[in-house]
Design a protein around this ligand. Structure first.
Ligand code: ITT
Length: 199
């Protein structure tokens, strides 16, 4: 069976990634399972740069094909904040209760039509021969007036998808993966991998 390492320390992401790639007959190791304990400096200014930094660092440490996910929430009214700094917004160790409450507060009084936002996900693949590929996808939504739902992770309780009339934290894992930024970017990456393996 083919093997790949996924360069993430985020368990919420890892769970979704395993579900989305489940049909690939792949052995997927988390960074921890691959025995990698690196403190990677995500000093890029774009999702692409940071995804490539993570994938390459772990590829070089393991020698295996490595994928990485760099993602975040862009809120139009806040000029795209928190964006690439989504994990670090208000501090890496600050709870999402506090981060989500803070964002809702910053949008106090802002009408629904100006609360537009999107989740962005870039998946990078670093191949053992040095080649790098990326795939990007988004899901559009709005920032709600309150937190709702217990599923997912991070900013899911404040991100509402108009078509579903609920937050992404109220969707089942299958529903979220079918429409999410991560689901769509990983499905593009599956095609890139299939193509690479067909040669
Ligand atoms: P790794 O770098 O180890 O993968 P991280 O959490 O630091 O983990 P990022 O730098 O890519 O990852 O930050 C992404 C942040 O964006 C994440 O911590 C969440 O706050 C937010 N985010 C991304 N996708 C999300 C989703 O599907 N639902 C909710 N929040 C999400």
């Amino acid at each position: 069976m083919r093997k790949l390492v996924f360069a993430t320390g985020n368990q919420g992401k890892m769970k979704e990634i395993r579900e989305i790639l489940a049909d690939m007959a792949l052995e997927i190791l988390s960074m921890k399972e691959a025995g990698v304990n690196l403190d990677i400096q995500e000093d890029g200014t774009t999702f692409e740069e940071n995804a490539v930094i993570k994938a390459k660092a772990v590829q070089e440490a393991t020698g295996e094909l490595t994928l990485a996910d760099d993602s975040g929430l862009e809120i139009d009214y806040l000029n795209g904040e928190p964006g690439v700094y989504s994990a670090r917004y208000l501090g890496e160790d600050t709870s999402y209760r506090i981060k989500n409450a803070n964002l809702i507060q910053r949008l106090e009084g802002v009408p629904m039509e100006q609360r537009t936002a999107r989740f962005v996900c870039v998946i990078a693949a670093a191949f053992p021969d040095g080649r790098v590929e990326t795939a990007r996808a988004t899901i559009e939504g709005v920032i709600g007036y309150e937190e709702r739902g217990e599923n997912g992770f991070g900013y899911d309780p404040i991100f509402y998808v108009p078509e579903f009339h609920c937050s992404t934290a109220e969707l089942s894992p299958e529903q979220k993966n079918a429409v999410s930024h991560r689901g769509k970017a990983l499905r593009q990456m599956k095609e890139i991998l299939r193509e690479a393996w067909s040669k």
